[in-house]
Design a protein around this ligand. Structure first.
Ligand code: NAG
Ligand code: NAG
Ligand code: NAG
Length: 399
């Protein structure tokens, strides 16, 4: 054992010491990133249409030309779900074993709706939300977003297998390793089981807890989400399960091939009943294998995406199937506390949306950036420190 260790060190140490200590691919821009100024008029009024997205070859959202001016403001409403409470630890929290996190409580609308105490918590909550909507003015709406992360994909397995730094600075840019494919990855067997668990959960929620079924379904175009949405909802007898594929729900775009979405034709062949938002491009207009989207740029696209959904969709119960980083950004934009989801997990968020507001202020966002990567497998990969490359390079386009 010791001998082996020495042989290993003798082989690796010179390279480790000689190599530049470069922390490759830092997904969060640090200082010195040039900024670009966008006025709130652009942010708050842009409606994503196909035309806008297709003309953006590797240029980030937002699109320059606002279509329909809408000024929305929203806020998450706490007091209903455990996920909003500061006392709830997101680590290890399971929406399945907690009735989706719905807090066991009374509502002022119970007296008239359920005088004999016969209705379920979800029935009373649904009634309560209906009352809030009925009694609010024309510019106020309450909506419940049900946001799910996809089941484990091959890229998740590979990131664990290689370690995050090595995954970010080298392996993630390849399309696979000969045994696993992680360019637009599909679900691993464990990921499929997570989606099947979500399916069992929904059946039970509807039959036993009388939770209202989602009225609209939206999914990220990446296969791990289109597949998860199908496995979760397709066989529940819903007559409205025609998910709309939305560009804005995709994962933060990085230089890794797992963020390269498939073509519209590919999605249609796999799920002929899925619908697409107006103008959804045939080929991925955003991924180029060279630049990554900053968190700020992702927040901005989510601001626009949520504005789009809230403006066009009058339904209350809305399902999103998306990604870890994407839901993190959505929660930030919604004003919800951070709540990181493990694969296959989901979170409900009650949102109060107010429209017809005056436009105002200016904000500044960091534009997309080009990271530095290793041109060959890194010498070392250490969690929270990065990896050591034998040389560094800027990524080249893989499409
Ligand atoms: C938007 O909502 C937040 C949270 O309720 C509030 O603090 C803010 O004043 C609102 N902005 C406008 C323009 O109404
Ligand atoms: C490829 O990556 C997968 C993880 O996604 C891993 O299980 C497998 O062992 C790797 N194959 C090789 C040849 O390294
Ligand atoms: C979609 O889900 C149904 C029901 O679970 C399943 O039979 C079918 O194989 C799934 N389709 C794909 C392409 O995954």
């Amino acid at each position: 054992m010791l001998v082996k260790l020495f042989i290993y060190l003798a082989a690796v140490l010179p390279a480790v010491l000689a190599a530049p200590r470069y922390k490759c691919y830092n997904p969060e821009p640090t200082t010195g990133v040039p900024t670009q100024t966008v006025t709130q008029t652009t942010i708050q009024t842009t409606i994503q249409t196909t035309a806008e997205i297709t003309t953006q070859t590797a240029t980030p959202y937002p699109s320059p030309e606002p279509q329909t001016p809408v000024y929305l403001n929203w806020t998450t409403v706490s007091g209903y779900f455990l996920q909003d409470e500061t006392t709830t630890d997101p680590n290890g929290f399971d929406y399945i074993s907690t009735n989706f996190g719905l807090i066991d409580r009374a509502y002022d609308s119970d007296a008239e709706f359920d005088p004999n105490g016969e209705k379920s918590q979800w029935q009373r909550f649904a009634h309560h939300i209906g009352e809030l909507n009925k009694n609010s003015d024309a510019s106020t709406e309450y909506k419940v977003l049900l946001m799910a992360r996809h089941g484990e994909g091959w890229h998740n397995a590979a990131e664990s297998y290689y370690g995050t730094p090595a995954w970010n600075c080298y392996w993630g840019q390849l399309s696979g390793n000969g045994t696993a494919v992680w360019e637009d990855p599909h679900l691993t067997p464990a990921g499929e089981l997570e989606a099947i668990k979500a399916n069992d959960f929904w059946r039970k929620q509807i039959d036993e807890h009388k939770q209202p079924a989602p009225e609209s379904f939206y999914t990220s175009p990446l296969s791990r989400c289109t597949v998860t949405a199908n496995l979760t909802f397709a066989n529940l007898g819903f007559d409205n399960f025609y998910p709309i594929v939305k560009e804005f729900l995709r994962e933060g775009v990085s230089i890794r091939t797992c963020d390269h979405r498939p073509s519209k034709t590919y999605i249609t062949n796999m799920f002929p009943f899925y619908k697409f938002e107006e103008g959804f491009a045939e080929l991925d207009p955003l991924y180029d294998g060279v630049k990554y989207e900053t968190s700020e740029a992702q927040d901005l696209r989510n601001f626009n995406g949520l504005t789009d959904v809230f403006t066009k969709d009058k339904n209350t119960w809305i399902s999103f199937t998306a990604h870890s980083g994407e839901i993190t950004s959505l929660l930030r934009v919604l004003g919800h506390r951070a709540f990181r989801l493990a694969t296959g997990q989901a979170i409900p968020v009650l949102v109060k949306v107010v429209s017809n507001l005056p436009k105002s202020t200016t904000t500044t966002i960091a534009p997309w950036t080009t990271p530095t990567v290793c041109p060959a497998p890194p010498v070392t990969s250490i969690a929270n420190q990065g990896c050591v490359c034998t040389a560094t390079a800027t990524p080249t386009t893989t499409i």
